[in-house]
Design a protein around this ligand. Structure first.
Ligand SMILES: [Zn+2]
Length: 91
C-alpha cells in the first residue's frame, strides 16, 4: 500500500472535480408592481451539506460519496489532510 498525492483520477488519470453541496437561499424582494424582483441576494447558511469527488471523464465511473468512498472502486481509499488529498490503493 502506497499513499500518493491525489492529483488525477486513480482509475483513468483524468481531471478530478471536487463538488461542494452548499445550503443557501436566494432572497428576492417584492417590487412596487407586486412581483418578485429579478435580482436576488444570496443568503448563505454556511453549513456545507457534503462534498464529493468525481472524474470529469465521461467514460470513467469514478465517483465518491460524501465520505470520499467509491462504491464501484472499494480498493481506492482517499484521505484529506492540510496538504490536500491523498489516495491509497489496496493491493
Ligand atoms: Zn477517471
Amino acid at each position: 500500500m502506497r499513499k500518493k498525492k491525489m492529483n488525477k483520477c486513480p482509475v483513468c488519470g483524468g481531471q478530478l472535480m471536487f463538488e461542494e453541496c452548499c445550503q443557501y437561499s436566494l432572497v428576492h424582494f417584492i417590487t412596487a408592481h407586486g412581483k418578485m424582483s429579478k435580482k436576488a441576494k444570496r443568503r448563505d447558511y454556511g453549513g456545507i451539506e457534503g462534498s464529493f469527488i468525481y472524474c470529469s471523464n465521461e467514460k470513467c465511473d469514478f465517483v465518491t460519496d460524501t465520505d470520499y468512498k467509491s462504491e464501484k472502486h472499494p480498493d481506492i481509499q482517499i484521505f484529506e489532510d492540510e496538504q490536500g488529498f491523498w489516495v491509497e490503493r489496496r493491493e
